[in-house]
Write a protein that binds this ligand. Structure first.
Ligand SMILES: NC(=O)c1ccc[n+]([C@@H]2O[C@H](COP(=O)([O-])OP(=O)(O)OC[C@H]3O[C@@H](n4cnc5c(N)ncnc54)[C@H](O)[C@@H]3O)[C@@H](O)[C@H]2O)c1
Length: 249
């Protein structure tokens, strides 16, 4: 099956990495479904992909709304008779959710774990029936360098994402579905540019071994490789793309 006969579902697809992933996969000829809790933003991103000649649809959906996600997967699968790629990218990581648990409080900590961890489970389970028996099927979860450092509720959710990556890789290997994760370091997406304090950016950057700023394209390239046949023997891995920030941890 060529990339042009494939369908990719990308959660949190309206902006940031999600939009960049959708744009890159559509440029390879795939049909991409951008799912986002902000439905209008997802549709706008899909319209931009279509305007550039790609095939895309933008759908509203919360990654933990099991009924809605089932509908989204079924709609996405209708185009080419199944789903080939799932990118579990939607995540809460704004400054608000980066606070210590003692400041975050229970309700927000619960939502953080819900979206970042259970959203990955909900979407994976919903996509599964549509991915089985698709040659080259692959799932990529978006973790974070914060998972490898400890000391934050956000990092703990991403540690769970790394754990789930291995668990699902074990469970889905028999169905020939590869499951991997990317742990991005500090990448200047719009949310990071707008919300992360300059002092935090400088502190994180000082931990990098490579002095350049991390860009969306660095994560897009990792995703393209992991979802391609070039990575056909790779599953259960967490690929750190951090400029060396998490080296040795
Ligand atoms: N930017 C970075 O430096 C960085 C570093 C490490 C990890 N990450 C991770 O990468 C992912 C994407 O980051 P980004 O910077 O592109 O984020 P972003 O905030 O720019 O975009 C995230 C998108 O997810 C959507 N979303 C949020 N909650 C949702 C839900 N419940 N259901 C569906 N959609 C939802 C938002 O509406 C938004 O469009 C996140 O999981 C984040 O934790 C980002």
């Amino acid at each position: 099956m060529t990339r042009g006969e494939k369908t990719a579902i990308i959660t949190g697809g309206g902006r940031g990495f999600g939009r960049a992933f959708g744009t890159a996969l559509a440029a390879e000829g795939m049909h991409v479904v951008l799912v986002d809790i902000a439905g209008a933003v997802a549709e706008e991103a899909a319209a931009a992909i279509r305007a550039a000649g790609g095939s895309a649809e933008g759908l509203a959906g919360d990654v933990v709304d099991e009924a809605r996600i089932a509908e989204v997967m079924a709609q996405g699968a209708a185009r080419h008779g199944g789903i080939d790629i799932l990118i579990n990218n939607a995540g809460l990581h704004s400054d608000e959710y980066g606070q210590p648990i003692t400041k975050l409080g229970y309700a927000k900590t619960r939502r953080l774990f819900e979206v970042n961890v259970l959203g990955t489970v909900c979407c994976t389970l919903a996509a599964l029936a549509h991915m089985k028996r698709r040659a080259g099927a692959s799932i990529v979860n978006i973790a974070s360098s914060a998972a490898h450092m400890g000391g934050s509720a956000y990092g703990d959710t991403k540690l769970a994402v790394a754990g789930l990556t291995i668990t699902f890789a074990r469970e889905l290997g028999a169905d020939a579905i590869r499951v991997n994760a990317i742990s991005p370091g500090l990448i200047l997406t719009d949310t990071i540019r707008a919300e992360l304090p300059e002092a935090t950016k400088a502190r994180v950057k000082a931990m990098q071994l490579i002095g350049d700023d991390g860009e969306e394209r660095d994560i897009v390239e990792a995703m393209l490789w992991l979802t391609s046949d070039k990575a056909r023997f790779v599953t259960g891995e967490v690929l750190r793309v951090t400029g060396g920030m998490a080296a040795g941890v």
